[in-house]
Design a protein around this ligand. Structure first.
Ligand code: AMP
Ligand code: MG
Length: 500
């Protein structure tokens, strides 16, 4: 036995680590190291996330980095742990869940918690194998960065490493690890866990911890008779409402809005069977395992409220009075529609709110749904259409928008009404706003699928290209129009399920 080879030294990243979560005590987690992953290789890396964390992107070039982010070498100063949480899955209380395949390494001085996802069995793995497959890891990596670039609150992804180690899903796939980062990965389910067990001391410890770290204003507010826990629930409700408005506006379907996948910071987390809408169908279900359509696109806003209600219920022992909890949740019902309206006006290039705007928005959504128009392409074409009208008083006929619709008289009438409304804003100003609001590039399922197919052959160029486009989704990227085109017919046959 070669003692030198067997001794894996700690990797020094040059980051100052702390782990405030670990200080909460062992009721909240189990300390354990990641399980090694054989012969890892790089699949994707984000230089911008590296910089955000305080790492030099050149550091990615080292073998140490590859080994560390595959779970093969410990990172100096980290204290890997799996946290325990519970949750409601598909509307049903699921009891204890927890980090079954993720490990929290610690927090960097830049304020990010860093996790390895897919790093092996934990005490919370239940029937799972603790692993993540290449396919879903690439999707999480690309979508995290895509959402960030769209301005939507999300966990970030530093890198993905892969291995030929087999992982059994519907078929045999291979393993991968995503290194992800967020200010916190605490979920509604962490609160539900201690509340359901009537462990109210731990519930209070957790709430005080989250309030101190992320919501200190709750301690100072005189809202809710100075009840900080009600104020906390209200702030989480507001953040969640804003996130949902952004999801709806960009056409993002999360797919598994279980309470254990809801961030206490209103971040998009746990990318599984998500999808950006292709053709606009309000009732679209992106998760092949979601037979009832619980998490359909148009149900997401109500589900978020339902989830917040679960959080409110979990916090009730701290809040004390049900009326206060209900009052705190009310904010969702005002913030969500207000935010959605603002997002939709921005998509239309409207810089202020005028009577009749709501009708304008509702009528275009009816037309989009009736003709199943491609959602992203419609908004981008409309942005250019407005820009075209700004360029000339008597524009050349531009049918790029009306060509998307079957009901031409209806879209013509709408465009006329819209153009009159825009005259008050100025078409040039509107187009500028629209081109920064309506992305050209989103992570459509078929684009992810093509990159994954190549990656399975160890060609990561597809991942790299998509990453580059999605990091700047509002730019034109000449030469890459095919990535902004309609999905091919086979796209509708892609089945994305909870299996990941
Ligand atoms: P998800 O649907 O990915 O949010 O996962 C729900 C729960 O199942 C969480 O507690 C995960 O940690 C756990 N889980 C999912 N996949 C696995 C796996 N392959 N091994 C262990 N636990 C898993
Ligand atoms: Mg999850």
């Amino acid at each position: 036995m070669n003692m030198v080879e067997d001794f894996a030294p700690e990797v020094e990243l040059g980051l100052a680590w702390r782990n405030s979560f670990a200080q909460l005590g062992t009721d909240f987690y189990t300390l354990l190291p990641p399980r090694p992953l054989s012969a890892p290789y790089w699949v994707g890396r984000s230089a911008s996330v590296a910089r955000e964390l305080g790492l030099e992107p050149s550091w990615f070039e080292s073998q140490d980095a590859l080994e560390a982010f595959s779970g093969n070498q410990a990172i100096a100063g980290t204290q890997p742990l799996a946290s325990v949480y519970s949750g409601h899955q598909f509307g049903v209380w699921a009891g204890q869940l927890g980090d079954g395949r993720a490990l929290l390494l610690g927090e960097t001085a830049s304020g990010y918690e860093v996790q390895l996802k897919g790093s092996g069995l934990t005490p919370y793995s239940r029937m799972g194998d603790g692993r993540a497959v290449l396919r879903s890891s690439i999707r999480e990596f690309l979508c995290s960065e895509a959402m960030h670039a769209l301005g939507i609150p999300t966990s970030r992804a530093l890198c993905v490493t892969g291995s030929d180690a087999p992982v059994r899903r519907e078929e045999i796939e291979t393993a991968a690890v995503v290194t992800r980062a967020a200010p916190s990965f605490i979920r509604f389910g962490h609160f539900e866990h201690f509340s359901a067990r009537e462990q109210y001391a731990q519930l209070k410890t957790l709430a005080d911890y989250v309030i101190e770290r992320f919501y200190p204003a709750c301690r100072e507010t005189d809202r809710f008779a100075g009840n900080p826990y009600a104020a906390f629930l209200e702030m989480v409700s507001e953040r969640t409402a804003r996130m949902l408005a952004q999801w709806q506006a960009v056409g993002f379907c999360h797919g598994v809005m279980n309470t254990d996948n809801m961030s206490i910071l209103g971040l998009t987390i746990d990318y599984g069977p998500f999808q950006f809408l292709d053709a606009f169908n309000p009732a679209h279900i992106c998760n092949h395992s979601d037979h009832q359509g619980r998490y359909a696109y148009n149900k997401q806003p109500n589900v978020a409220y339902w989830n917040l209600f679960c959080l409110g219920q979990a916090l009730l022992p701290l809040i004390g009075e049900q009326e206060l909890a209900l009052a705190a949740l009310e904010s969702y019902k005002t913030v969500f529609p207000a935010e959605l309206g603002a997002r939709m006006r921005a998509k239309l290039g409207l810089t202020d709110e005028q009577p009749g705007d709501m009708e304008l928005i509702e009528s275009i959504f009816k037309l989009l749904a009736k003709d199943r128009v491609d959602y992203t392409i419609f908004w981008r074409r409309l942005s250019h259409w407005v820009g075209g009208r700004a360029a000339s008083d008597a524009p050349l006929p531009d049918d790029s928008v009306r060509d998307l619709f079957l009901d031409r008289p209806a879209i013509d009438a709408w465009l006329l009404q819209y153009s009159e409304r825009l005259a008050k804003v100025g078409h040039g100003l509107a187009a500028d706003l629209m081109l920064k609001t309506n992305p050209k590039f989103v992570l459509r399922n078929h684009l992810g699928e093509q990159a994954i197919r190549l990656a399975k052959l160890k060609d990561f160029s597809g991942v790299n290209t998509l990453q580059r486009l999605l990091e700047a989704p509002f730019a034109e990227h000449p030469g890459f129009d095919s990535y902004a085109d309609f999905p091919p017919d086979w796209a509708s046959t892609i089945e994305i399920s909870c299996s990941s």
